[in-house]
Design a protein around this ligand. Structure first.
Ligand code: HEC
Ligand code: HEC
Ligand code: HEC
Ligand code: HEC
Ligand code: HEC
Length: 446
């Protein structure tokens, strides 16, 4: 009897939680969402910018798909399977919220059942039907879509006086804030709660989130000012982009751009867009600076200081267990002979042991590293550079230091280790481009 009472009380106490967690996964009819091509009929420039962006490619992204299918293999623990199946909530959001695919395995086994609109990834009508968020992680977006093209409903955005013959318009403070982005750009393990991606949290706790609204630079303040030749980072100008938001629309002081470029060069290029790779390169080249401190060179040590001057979050951010940002150090003597090196990739593009890498390593809860995030119960290492902050790396020479040396240090970036890409896609399938984010050289005479 006592047990039954206990269970009843427990259920009673859990009731709000159960209702809340159910209310977090609303269901919408697919016919309510509108294809991006339709929006593009009037919003032609915005459509062209968004096309082949990582938002448009979030479902098709070959590296994502290979990783998602790979992560599912061989899992036995139900908590891990739950996480591994959940990727679609962000990568194929309209599919998830309209019923198919609800799981990665459904996507893998029945790709022909995925609706075309869902394949378009994070798209116009998804973002512009948003009214807020239940919580700012794991895509817990509150949505209020219209009813298809015949009755498109309200599209929300930055204007207070916007009018269109096609849809109703409404000003939305949410769309001007970082929370809008944080809904998907903070990722937690669905069962273990391990923080897998923390871009929004990093920004929220960082210097760009000024308490003074005038000085605050939200995600949009950099990423939606970015256009070719204007990387719009923390270390470069972020000039306004005057123009029109739609064909025949009024002239506006600023039109938020929709390229959504981060560091990914490979995917947009693979899908036929060369502009975004150039833009990603420009972005990465304005993110960090390097300095060499040779005060302790006599005892065989040099310090390299890496400063994050351009990113509104840590460097790197997002998928930091996969992204590869590292220091390449080459020391030559006067005759040009290499006397020391670290982080120099081999012919296959693989890094040697001992390279200085800025990343995150997840663990299984017992201190062993795991490469499948579905098994991530803890964070074993989180070595990255905070916004406007710096990290000092001390490099120790193994042998005696020559009298005259030339030290060259480069900060390099690529979307993943080449080994991971070879494992996922097959050797030789895709060589990831490496970007020189920063470089410095010093002539030292002892
Ligand atoms: C028939 C043309 C047309 C189509 C199709 C169209 N729009 Fe618009 N939209 C406009 C015009 C015109 C404006 C007004 C622009 C302005 O105020 O500067 C506008 C404004 C907007 C705004 C700004 C709202 C605000 O208050 O800030 C958003 C967001 C928007 N549209 C999203 C969409 C989306 C998403 C789609 C596709 C589902 C779409 N539009 C389809 C013509 C169109
Ligand atoms: C990831 C979410 C997201 C996606 C996808 C997206 N937008 Fe936007 N869009 C925004 C946000 C956020 C703003 C306003 C930024 C601000 O005010 O800080 C905006 C602004 C706009 C505006 C107002 C004019 C401007 O650019 O400032 C229009 C019109 C618009 N979007 C149309 C579209 C269309 C059409 C598509 C698809 C081709 C699209 N959006 C895709 C988030 C998105
Ligand atoms: C519905 C979920 C969702 C929302 C909302 C969202 N994003 Fe994203 N975003 C994604 C996903 C998923 C990817 C990665 C796709 C991939 O790599 O396969 C991504 C990728 C990006 C990238 C490219 C990263 C790279 O490595 O190049 C940038 C930049 C970005 N988002 C910025 C934003 C900004 C700014 C906002 C807010 C205006 C925003 N996102 C809102 C889901 C979202
Ligand atoms: C002060 C400018 C600035 C602000 C604000 C900013 N970013 Fe960035 N972002 C950058 C720069 C520079 C890079 C390129 C360096 C890098 O890849 O980390 C970048 C890269 C990214 C990437 C790709 C990271 C990777 O390497 O895979 C994503 C995703 C992203 N930003 C999302 C966001 C989101 C979401 C917000 C708001 C919570 C935001 N950014 C705020 C400047 C900014
Ligand atoms: C809460 C939203 C969310 C969920 C859930 C999610 N992702 Fe992502 N994913 C993102 C965002 C945002 C990015 C872009 C971050 C960046 O660029 O660093 C991304 C990027 C990626 C990329 C990088 C692709 C590339 O081309 O470099 C891979 C791989 C990936 N995700 C795999 C997964 C897998 C596997 C799962 C499920 C186990 C998953 N994601 C679940 C939001 C999500």
């Amino acid at each position: 009897m006592r047990k039954i009472v206990g269970v009843v009380i427990a259920l009673f106490l859990m009731y709000p939680l159960l209702v809340f967690s159910c209310s977090k996964v609303p269901h919408f009819e697919l016919s309510r969402f509108i294809s991006p091509e339709t929006c593009g009929g009037c919003h032609d420039e915005i459509y062209a910018q968004w096309k082949a962006s990582m938002h448009n490619l979030s479902h098709f992204d070959e590296i994502y798909r290979a990783a998602a299918f790979y992560h599912l293999k061989g899992l036995t623990e139900s908590a891990a399977i739950k996480e591994a199946e959940h990727c679609v909530v962000c990568h194929t959001p309209i599919g998830y919220f309209t019923g198919f695919p609800k799981k990665v395995s459904e996507e893998r086994d029945n790709p022909e059942k995925i609706p075309e609109i869902a394949k378009e990834g994070v798209q116009c009508d998804y973002c512009h039907s948003a009214t807020g968020a239940y919580a700012v992680y794991n895509n817990q977006m509150k949505l209020d879509p219209g009813h298809g093209e015949a009755n498109p409903g309200t599209k929300r955005g930055p204007f207070k006086d916007s009018q269109s013959d096609f849809h109703k318009s409404e000003y939305s403070k949410f769309h001007t804030s970082s929370e809008m982005c944080g809904v998907c750009h903070d990722v937690k393990h669905v069962v273990f709660g391990t923080k897998l991606e923390t871009t929004y949290e990093e920004w929220k706790k960082g210097p760009y989130n000024s308490p003074d609204a005038e000085k605050r630079i939200p995600c949009q303040g950099c990423h939606m000012y970015h256009r070719p030749g204007i990387p719009a980072t923390g270390s470069t100008e972020r000039p306004k982009n005057p123009g029109v938001a739609a064909i025949g629309g009024p002239k506006r002081a600023h039109i938020f751009t929709h390229y959504f470029v981060g560091g990914n060069m490979a995917m947009p290029s693979l899908h036929g867009d060369k502009t975004k790779a150039k833009m990603a390169k420009e972005r990465l080249e304005n993110a960090a600076v390097l300095a060499i401190d040779d005060r302790n060179i006599a005892s065989g040590k040099i310090a390299v200081v890496v400063k994050n001057v351009g990113a509104g979050h840590y460097l790197p951010t997002g998928l930091t267990d996969v992204r590869q940002m590292w220091l390449e150090v080459v020391v030559k003597d006067r005759a040009g002979r290499v006397v020391f090196s670290s982080g120099v990739a081999d012919a296959k593009g693989y890094l040697p042991d001992g390279a200085v890498i800025f990343n995150t390593v997840f663990g299984d809860g017992k201190g062993n590293a795991v490469d499948n995030i579905a098994k991530a119960k803890e964070i074993l290492r989180n070595h990255r550079i905070p916004p406007k902050g710096s990290v000092e790396e001390v490099i120790v020479f193994p042998a005696n230091v020559p009298k005259h040396l030339v030290v060259r240090v480069r900060l390099l970036y690529r979307g993943a280790s080449q080994k991971l890409v070879d494992d996922l896609l097959g050797a030789g399938k895709l060589r990831l481009p490496v970007v020189v984010m920063a470089e410095t050289k010093k002539d030292i005479v002892l």
